[in-house]
Write a protein that binds this ligand. Structure first.
Ligand code: ADP
Ligand code: MG
Length: 235
């Protein structure tokens, strides 16, 4: 058995005195998997992603990513963890409009101490590979939503993270741009990138993942790998 990229055990989180946002959730993701986390608004999807990303701590349970006990990290350790182990893509891109597209993409490497030239070269390669090389010197605000999301994906891949996390990556895009981003995620996974996508868009999940995990009221309600279920159909 390969070591999991993500191992969540009995993870619970509640905010203030509300109901639990996560209630003893357990989940294992192995290298090379593409997993969609599906569930209605408010079911705990972003809470789960934030715990995996080390942006928040669970009240109970353990979060291990690529061998790191994320739930035990302090602030500095958590920042270092995010720079080296994960890339994140958000619904609204979260790009910096004061920087060029190329500098946005290079930023994670610069923050991790990479030399300017090496970071710029890798950023240029990524932008080319993702089909947006011609926008390298533009500001993010000059690009379409779909192009901006490609820039965000390039930035997320900059430090070659073992894990790519995306929270509603097509939520702000029109259908065609959403389709192109989901194709991009499929291609990255085909090259071996482990991906966890949070969405309430079943079409996106079907298009770019091979496993769907449903969350309801903070609990893992269903976990389906189409290739390993329906043994009747295989017989
Ligand atoms: P989803 O991403 O599936 O829409 P969330 O994880 O954002 O769901 O939210 C799960 C529940 O936790 C919701 O009831 C939400 O209102 C609550 N919640 C999320 N973040 C916070 C927060 N920072 N403070 C208080 N309540 C929160
Ligand atoms: Mg959410």
């Amino acid at each position: 058995m390969t070591t999991p990229v993500i191992e969540l055990r009995g993870v619970s989180r509640r905010y203030d005195d509300g109901p639990p946002a996560l209630d003893e959730a357990s989940l294992t993701v192995r290298p090379g998997e593409a997993v969609a986390i599906l569930g209605p608004s408010g079911s705990g999807k972003s809470s789960l992603l934030n715990l995996i990303a080390g942006l928040d701590r669970p009240d109970a349970g353990t979060v291990t990513v690529d061998g790191v006990r994320v739930d035990q990290l302090g602030e500095a350790g958590s920042a270092l963890y995010r720079r080296s182990k994960i890339g994140m893509v958000f619904q609204f891109f979260n790009l910096l409009d004061d920087l060029t597209v190329a500098d946005n993409v290079a930023l994670p490497a610069r923050l991790a101490g990479a030399a300017r030239g090496a970071a710029a070269r890798r950023a240029a390669e990524l932008l080319e590979a993702l089909g947006i090389g011609r926008h390298a010197r533009d500001r993010p605000g000059q690009l379409s939503g779909g192009e901006r999301q490609r820039v965000a994906v390039a930035r997320a891949l900059m430090n070659r993270p073992p894990l790519l996390l995306a929270d509603e990556p097509t939520g702000a895009l029109d259908a065609a741009a959403g389709q192109s981003v989901s194709t991009l995620l499929t291609d990255l996974n085909a090259e071996g990138q482990t991906i966890v996508v949070v969405t309430h868009d079943l079409a996106l999940a079907k298009a770019c993942t091979s496993r769907t995990v449903r969350i309801a009221d903070g609990r893992i309600a269903e976990d389906v790998r189409p290739s390993s279920v329906a043994p009747e159909a295989v017989r």
